[in-house]
Design a protein around this ligand. Structure first.
Ligand SMILES: Cc1ncc(COP(=O)(O)O)c(C=O)c1O
Length: 487
C-alpha cells in the first residue's frame, strides 16, 4: 500500500507535524484533567487537586512584602517610572549588566558562597526550558545523543529533542540502590549507545533530582566528572532546584567539584539554571546557561536573541536579587517552610503505609504505590493512575512519564497549594489507600486466594469514610496495615 501524507503533513514542516512536544503524554494528560475540573474549596470541592505542578508557592508573602516596600524596582509605579523609557527601549542580548551581576551573585549565595560565578558567562534564555534547547543546539547535531539518568523530568524530551533532532539515551537507575547514578550504569548506557551506532555528545544530570528530590553526593559528582572527561563528552548540569534543599546533607554544585579538580576539562562543563523553582517565578521565564566554555558562551549569547528575558523582568530581578538581606531571609525561610510541608506530607502518608523515597530537596515526593498494582507493569501503573486522577481526583504524575525503569512510582508535588488544600489532598490519598487495604483484606478473609486489587471506587463515598485511629501505624510504612496486608 502506498504511503500517503496527510494534508497537514504536506502543508507544514516535519517539526510542526511530529509529536515531539509530548503534549499527548500522561504527564500533560493529568494537567488537562485538572484544567477541566479544577478543585476549589467552595465552588468545586470535589474537583481535581493539582499535584502535578512543581511550583514553589510557599513564600509569596515575603515576595509581596518586598515588592510593596521597593516600589522603585517596578517601572510601572510613581517611584519607578523614571526608568520606564530606558528599560522599554533596551534590547541588547547580553542583558542588563546589573541583571547578570545580580544573578551571578544569587547563584553563589544559593551554593553557600562556596563558589563564585562570573557575570560575563551568564547567558539568558526563556526559562530552563529554553536553556536546555540552547545547550542541545550548541553541543550536538541532529541524531547525536545525550545520556540521561532515569527517572528524569519529562520536559527534557521536548526541550532537548523536539526542534533540535537530538536524542536522549537512558542511563537506567534502579530502586535497589535508591536510583543512584553509578559508574556501572553510565558505562553500560554509553556502551549500548555505541553498539546502536549513536554518537554520544554529552551527559545531562539534574541535581537536585526532579522527580526524586534527592541530591547527587560529592563522590557521585566526582565519578561523573571523571566519566565525561574520559569519554570526552559534555556534562550539562540542571541545578534549578539548588535552593529547594531543606535539610542535610547540603547541596554540592558541579561548580564546587570542578574547582577542586585541576584535571577536569572545563570546556566540557555547563550549568543550566532558572528562577522558576528556587524563587517560584516560572512565569518570569528567567533561564540561565552558565558555561565554562568560551565558544559556548559566545554562541549561546547569539542564540539567546530567540528567547530573551524581557528587560522589565531583568530590571525587577536585578533589584530584588541585589538585596542581600532579603535574599538571605528568603532562602532560609523557604527551606524551613519546604521542610515543614515535606514532613507533614510524608508523615501523613506513612501513617497509612504509603512509602516514599527518602529525600531532602525539591517540591515533590516520589511516592511508592507499587503495592497497589495488580501486576508490576506500566499498564497496571496507568490503570492505577487513571483511578487516582478520575476518582480520587488528584493529578499526580506516573513514574512511566519520567521513564522510570520500575512501575508503581508517582511524583506528588506538595508546594503549589495552601495548607488547607494540602490537608484535603492528604485525606483523599489516605482514604483511597485505606479502601484499597479493605479490598485486599476481604478476599484474604474469604480465603479465595485471589490477590487482585480493587482499584475502582467512588471518591465521594470515600471522602465520607472516617479514618479509624486504630488503623494508623505510628510512623514507619513497614509496620503499616498496608504492608501487613500484602505480606
Ligand atoms: C529539572 C527541570 N528542568 C527544567 C525545567 C523547566 O523550567 P523552566 O520553568 O525554568 O523552564 C523544569 C520544570 O519543571 C524542571 O523540573
Amino acid at each position: 500500500m502506498a504511503f500517503t501524507l496527510s494534508n497537514e503533513q504536506q502543508l507544514l514542516s516535519k517539526i510542526a507535524t511530529n509529536n515531539g512536544h509530548g503534549e499527548g503524554s500522561s504527564y500533560f494528560d493529568g494537567w488537562k484533567a485538572y484544567d477541566n475540573d479544577p478543585y476549589h474549596p467552595t465552588h468545586n470541592p470535589h474537583g481535581v487537586i493539582q499535584m502535578g505542578l512543581a511550583e514553589n508557592e510557599l513564600c509569596f508573602d515575603l515576595i509581596k512584602d518586598w515588592v510593596v516596600n521597593n516600589p522603585e524596582a517596578s517601572i510601572c509605579t510613581a517611584e519607578g517610572v523614571i526608568d520606564f523609557k530606558d528599560i522599554a527601549i533596551f534590547q541588547d542580548y547580553h542583558g542588563l549588566p546589573e541583571f547578570r551581576n545580580a544573578v551571578a551573585k544569587f547563584m553563589g549565595k544559593v551554593r553557600g558562597d562556596r563558589v563564585t560565578f562570573d557575570p560575563d558567562r551568564i547567558v539568558m534564555s526563556g526559562g530552563a526550558t529554553g536553556a536546555h534547547e540552547m545547550m542541545a543546539f550548541c553541543l550536538a547535531d541532529p541524531g547525536d545523543a545525550f545520556l540521561v539518568p532515569t527517572p528524569y523530568y519529562p520536559g527534557f524530551d521536548r526541550d532537548l529533542r523536539w526542534r533540535t533532532g537530538v536524542q536522549l539515551f537512558p542511563v537506567v537507575c534502579e530502586r535497589s540502590n535508591n536510583f543512584k547514578v553509578t559508574r556501572t550504569a553510565l558505562e553500560e548506557a554509553y556502551e549500548r549507545a555505541q553498539e546502536a551506532n549513536i554518537n554520544v555528545k554529552g551527559l545531562l544530570i539534574t541535581n537536585p533530582s526532579n522527580p526524586l528530590g534527592t541530591l547527587l553526593d560529592r563522590d557521585t559528582l566526582r565519578s561523573i566528572v571523571s566519566f565525561i572527561n574520559e569519554k570526552n563528552i559534555h556534562l550539562v548540569c540542571d541545578e534549578i532546584y539548588a535552593a529547594t534543599v531543606f535539610s542535610q546533607p547540603g547541596f554540592v554544585s558541579i561548580a564546587e567539584i570542578i574547582e577542586e579538580d585541576a584535571d577536569c576539562n572545563r570546556d566540557l562543563i555547563h550549568i543550566v539554571y532558572s528562577l522558576s523553582k528556587d524563587m517560584g517565578f516560572p512565569g518570569f521565564r528567567v533561564g540561565i546557561v552558565y558555561s565554562y566554555n568560551d565558544a559556548v558562551v559566545n554562541c549561546a549569547r547569539k542564540m539567546s536573541s530567540f528567547g530573551l528575558v524581557s528587560t522589565q523582568t531583568q530590571h525587577l530581578i536585578a533589584s530584588m536579587l541585589s538585596d542581600d538581606i532579603f535574599v538571605e531571609k528568603f532562602i532560609a525561610e523557604s527551606a524551613i517552610r519546604l521542610a515543614k510541608r515535606h514532613e507533614l506530607f510524608t508523615k501523613g502518608l506513612a501513617q497509612v503505609g504509603i512509602g516514599s523515597l527518602k529525600s531532602n530537596a525539591g517540591l515533590f515526593i516520589w511516592m511508592d504505590l507499587s503495592r497497589l498494582l495488580k501486576e508490576p507493569t506500566a499498564e497496571a501503573e496507568m490503570e492505577l493512575w487513571h483511578v487516582i486522577i478520575n476518582e480520587v481526583k488528584l493529578n499526580v504524575s506516573p513514574g512511566s512519564s519520567f521513564h522510570c525503569s520500575e512501575s508503581g512510582w508517582f511524583r506528588v508535588c506538595f508546594a503549589n497549594m495552601d495548607d488547607d488544600t494540602m490537608e484535603v489532598a492528604l485525606r483523599r490519598i489516605r482514604n483511597f489507600v485505606l479502601s484499597q487495604i479493605k479490598g485486599m483484606e476481604a478476599p484474604k478473609k474469604r480465603q479465595c486466594g485471589q490477590s487482585n486489587l480493587q482499584v475502582s471506587l467512588s471518591f465521594r463515598r470515600l471522602e465520607d469514610i472516617r479514618m479509624a485511629p486504630h488503623m494508623m501505624s505510628p510512623h514507619s510504612p513497614i509496620a503499616s496495615p498496608l504492608v501487613r496486608a500484602r505480606n
